[in-house]
Design a protein around this ligand. Structure first.
Ligand code: G1P
Ligand code: ZN
Length: 542
């Protein structure tokens, strides 16, 4: 039986950088989750009888929302739902599943690297038939719909047993509970030389992978351990937990500190990596060397042709605007297109679909390629392993060679989390107000060459996205970017991104924060962060 339930709109259902993210109790308010899912369905056309993919990162409330989403998909007329066993699908695996089974779209339930648990974060994101996050035209339509929605549709049937593989019927719709790992693992085998990586591992090369009690545990166990021969003890925190063991499943130097310390110790294995809550981010650390995500993008792009899936070279490279210019130098050398997009993976979709780029990346630990339409943590790990297996050099040697050839781009991001929204807006208004008059002026010891607010013109569909962050370019090539996070769930988060390119190998051994000191000083001089936020220092430095 299908019911129509009357509701009044929730005014705060505006999708951010990556879907709708709120605290669990917000999603638990009666009708809240239903209102958002119905607004998604109401913004789509032509899905009657078609397939929808549903899965999540296994965080608290995942299973409940999946049961609701199944009942609503049936009531709204989907013909079939593919759902990962245990309600699990990593974000890249969901993207692949949508593409492989030519689904109409997918619902990905995740708040990525944000903490999980009864009072922590939850999220719902809609992906389109190319497997990628819905573009702004659709997320804007969803938001508009949330503002006026007055009813949702739901079918009545018992909870589906998500732990049993098999095909079920519910509300006239077919529900297939599928293996969340198999298709994804098979895709990875087509891209990488598993034989070469297995030989590397059996030759004594040691790997440590931290799954952070999040979704990549089962994927790493299948791919790294079972298919590539990595010691099971080297996959850390492999069991997904609803609260990620109380940690932030965020693979950065703060939350993956133990892995970092291990990689800097005398007992360090050869290669260390971690992924986040939903498996789309990656952290790469060699013995004694942290590879910044911006550098990792550049190095993967420069070496991708060593892996079978990329042996014909790259069509182009894309990076989000705050990501460092390291990849631009690789694109220039390869003679391929370089694209600079706003923050958020959804902006890469058109470029990938149009064959304008093969590899994409963000400074926030996201890298991926045209194999899916999401960033992909394990993909980055496997591409690194493939490159290491072919080059037979250490991570440190590959990094040093790269810097010697292209120069080193010192890079850091300073986050001021959970600051007052009003003060954050004032800081931005003050900065925006003076943008036009900054050129030629000093900020600390640096001279400003140009300042603007980033506007993106999508070269594929012509759409324009404004206010995507403030950019300050300095004479000599350093750059500073200010943005407000679009994924935070409490107050505002100010992100300050700093970079400086250093061509001379004699200066490639500086400590990053020291190397960036003039840019950090300029950030304070320009934005008066201390005054507006009341904070003496960032909450997170990556
Ligand atoms: C953050 C990252 C961004 C990434 C997004 C989703 O968004 O900065 O690169 O695409 O998470 O993982 P933000 O909070 O900065 O809007
Ligand atoms: Zn993520």
């Amino acid at each position: 039986m299908t019911r129509t339930v009357s509701i009044t709109p929730f005014k705060d259902q505006k999708p951010g950088t990556s879907g709708l993210r709120k605290k669990v109790p917000v999603f638990q308010a009666p009708g809240y989750t239903e209102a958002f899912i119905q607004s998604i369905f109401d913004s789509l056309e032509g899905f009657q009888g078609k397939t929808l993919v549903i899965g999540g990162d296994g965080r608290f409330y995942n299973r409940e929302v999946i049961q609701t989403a199944l009942r609503m998909a049936a009531a709204n007329g989907f013909g079939r739902v593919l759902v990962g066993r245990g309600g699990i699908l990593s974000t890249p695996a969901a993207s692949h599943m949508i593409r492989k089974y030519e689904a109409f779209g997918g619902l990905i339930l995740s708040a990525s690297h944000n903490p999980g648990g009864p009072t922590e974060d939850f999220g719902i994101k809609y992906n389109i038939s190319n497997g990628g996050p819905a573009p702004e035209t659709i997320t804007d339509a969803i938001y508009a719909r949330t503002q006026v929605i007055d009813r949702y549709r739901i079918a009545d049937f018992d909870d589906v047993d998500l732990d049993e593989l098999g095909t079920f019927e519910g509300g006239g719709m077919t529900i297939e509970v599928v293996d969340p790992v198999a298709d994804y693992a098979e895709l990875m085998e087509t891209l990488f030389d598993f034989g070469a990586i297995r030989a590397l591992v059996s030759g004594g090369f040691r790997v440590a992978f931290d799954a952070m009690h999040a979704v990549t545990g089962p994927y790493a166990s299948e791919i790294l351990v079972r298919r590539l021969g990595v010691d099971p003890a080297s996959v850390l925190n492999a069991t997904p937990l609803e609260d990620f063991g109380g940690h932030h499943p965020d693979p950065n130097l703060v939350h993956a500190r133990k892995l970092y310390d291990l990689m800097m110790s005398p007992e360090a294995p050869d290669f260390g990596a971690a992924s986040d809550g939903d498996g789309d981010r990656n952290l790469i650390i060699g013995r004694g060397v942290f590879v910044t995500p911006s550098d990792s993008l550049a190095m993967l792009a420069a070496n991708a042709h060593l892996a079978p899936g990329y042996k014909n070279g790259l069509k182009g490279i894309a990076r989000s605007m705050p990501t460092s210019g390291a990849a631009d130098r690789v694109a220039a050398k390869l003679g391929v297109e370089m694209h600079e997009t706003p923050t958020g993976w959804k902006f890469f979709g058109n470029l990938l679909d149009a064959g304008r780029c093969t590899i994409c990346g963000e400074e926030s630990a996201g890298t991926g390629s045209d194999h899916v339409r999401e960033k992909d943590g394990l993909w980055a790990v496997l591409l690194w392993l493939n490159i290491l297996a072919v080059r037979k050099q250490s991570v440190m040697e590959i990094v040093r060679d790269h810097w010697a050839e292209y120069g080193r781009t010192y890079y850091s991001r300073h986050d001021y989390e959970a600051i007052d929204t009003g003060q954050a807006n004032q800081l931005f208004s003050a900065l925006e107000g003076k943008l036009d008059s900054l050129a030629g002026h000093q900020a600390g010891s640096l001279t400003i060459a140009k300042a603007d607010s980033f506007t993106y013109h999508d070269p594929v569909d012509g759409s324009v996205s404004r206010n995507q962050g403030i950019r300050i370019f300095f004479e000599g090539g350093s750059r500073l970017v200010f943005r407000l996070s679009g994924t935070g769930t409490s107050g505002a988060t100010l992100r300050v991104y700093m970079e400086r390119h250093e061509p001379d190998p004699a200066h490639h051994d500086e400590e990053t924060q020291e190397a960036l000191a003039p840019v950090i000083e300029a950030a304070e001089a320009l934005a008066e962060i201390r005054k507006w936020t009341g904070r003496d220092s960032p909450t997170v430095i990556t």
